[in-house]
Design a protein around this ligand. Structure first.
Ligand code: ADP
Length: 481
């Protein structure tokens, strides 16, 4: 198949969260399966410096936003056989310190930035000489693409317009802007209605994708069910229920080329379930790096996260306040909400020899935390898929997760299946329930034989991308029918 993907972030070029990991891996594994894959993404600051092999493409963009023509360029990277990355260049929009925001404040022109991007994607879909057979876009930043394709097909003589698929990575981020921004899309007025892109008199870019994509996917089966309910629907559950027949949940895969413990440039000591001693060495290395007492027998807990309410960091703070009195250590790596940063910093001051808080984005450290920790805390309020719990499983850091979305789909608690248990689950979104789950972890740690059984289950669980890519191939087949 000839597939054009579009995403506002792609690992290894740009990343703020799981979206980048997922799209980077999807593209790679589709190409590896023999499909022709193009992937469109913005050319952010620093990408050309880090990837000097990226070259200008002989293509000038002239994109109409309302009444204004905006010029842009395209750069390309032949990243692998069958895989071409197209970088959309428009320096005033993308040459910035952040992807979407700075100092926790969204860029005021995000509507312009991603309407421009979405139009560039449609332009490539239409005019690339290899003629993509389908377009698969991700999240609100590319959400207008299906609407724009429909419009070009009906008004502008694009008879061979390809079908489109939208993947929702997180329904909580919808790209909602004032109605005035709708004029920048140049869509006809009949798109601005509640069955189209309108959301309470505003423009909603994700809703555009939900309304006009031929198929919609999200990143776990449970989340696909959850988002059609009022509780998780973020105001779009009605729209999603209308499209329920076209909504499919596919659990993300893990790119084990990168996320593995046997050969990993970020880790001092490799380890596998058959030769686990390296994990103890990585734990000692991590404790040393963090300035914690090097204590092989003290359970080390970790979290790597955006500091957002969604991630349950408020109940985590509460539970740790209480639980750090016990014999345990904790490390947090994260960025985001100022009040959460302050809260964790305060916790670290209160427990200086037990708790370390690193505010920042550090991929190498994220691998070392997964490898060095005994337990991984992920008490999300909701979680479309979540990748860190799957990475933790492979790294033998037993995940402690709340029963929601992809967390429920990927972790097995002893109450579900004692033989296959690989994590600890709790249901209520409360400090008390999380503290109880941490207490369970401490008991588990005291029973090294049982812990070894959990680790074996965890480290051998398989979320290979081959399977996830196969599910998307089936979805693409359905699109092309
Ligand atoms: P989300 O996409 O909602 O943020 P996921 O668990 O799906 O959550 O994916 C998060 C990804 O971002 C993981 O690869 C995780 O390791 C990474 N990540 C999040 N915060 C940081 C950070 N501060 N430093 C390094 N990596 C991070």
């Amino acid at each position: 198949m000839k597939i054009l993907l579009a995403s506002s972030e792609v690992h290894p070029y740009s990343k703020s969260g799981g979206l980048a990991d997922m799209v980077g891996a999807l593209a790679k594994f589709l190409a590896r399966a023999g499909h022709q894959v193009g992937l469109v993404t913005p050319l952010y600051r620093g990408i050309l410096e880090r990837f000097p092999e990226i070259k200008p493409f002989d293509w000038n963009l002239d994109i109409l936003l309302g009444n204004t023509h905006m010029k842009g360029g395209v750069f390309v990277h032949e990243a692998a056989p069958n895989l071409t990355i197209y970088f959309i260049d428009h320096q005033p929009f993308y040459n910035r310190a952040g992807l979407y925001n700075e100092n926790n404040t969204d860029y005021p022109d995000n509507a312009e930035r991603f309407i421009f991007f979405s139009k560039a994607v449609v332009h490539l879909a239409r005019y690339l000489p290899w003629q993509p057979e389908l377009v698969h876009v991700h999240d609100w930043q590319a959400g207008l693409v299906p609407a724009l394709i429909k419009d070009h097909a009906s008004r502008d003589g694009w008879n061979t317009a390809p079908p489109s698929c939208l993947t929702i990575h997180n329904l909580a981020y919808q790209g909602v802007f004032s109605a005035a921004k709708f004029t920048l899309t140049n869509l006809p007025p009949d798109f601005f209605q509640p069955d189209g892109v309108e959301f309470y008199r505003q423009l909603n870019c994700l809703k555009a994708g939900i309304s006009y994509a031929d198929l919609i996917t999200t990143v776990s089966p449970r989340y696909a069910r959850e988002i059609t309910t009022e509780l998780f629907g973020c105001g779009l559950d009605g729209t999603l229920r209308r499209r329920q027949d076209s909504l499919i949940g596919v659990l993300n895969g893990v790119d084990y080329d990168e996320w593995n413990t046997a050969s990993n440039p970020h880790l001092k000591q490799p380890f596998t379930i058959g030769s686990i001693t390296g994990k103890a060495a990585d734990k000692a290395e991590l404790q040393k790096e963090l300035g914690l007492p090097i204590a092989p027998n003290v359970p080390l807990f970790g979290t790597i996260t955006r500091l957002a309410h969604q991630k349950g960091v408020d109940i985590e703070l509460g539970a740790l306040e209480e639980m750090l009195a016990a014999n345990m250590q904790f490390v947090l790596l994260g960025t985001g909400g100022h009040e959460f940063e302050q809260g964790f910093r305060k916790l670290a001051r209160r427990y200086p020899d037990k708790c370390v808080v690193k505010i920042g984005f550090d991929q190498g450290l994220s691998h070392r935390i997964e490898a060095g920790c005994d337990f991984y805390l992920m008490p999300s309020q909701f979680e479309p898929c979540g990748l860190n719990q799957m990475y933790s499983l492979r790294y033998g850091a037993i995940p402690i997760v709340r029963v929601t979305g992809g967390l429920d789909d990927s972790v097995t608690d002893a109450s579900e299946n004692e033989e296959k248990a690989d994590g600890i689950k709790f249901t209520e979104f409360t400090v008390r329930a999380l503290a109880k789950a941490i207490r369970k972890a401490l008991f588990l740690y005291d029973d090294q034989e049982l812990l070894r059984h959990y680790r074996e289950n965890a480290m051998t669980k398989d979320f290979s991308w081959e399977r996830t890519a196969k599910s998307y191939e089936d979805i693409y087949q359905r699109l092309l029918k």
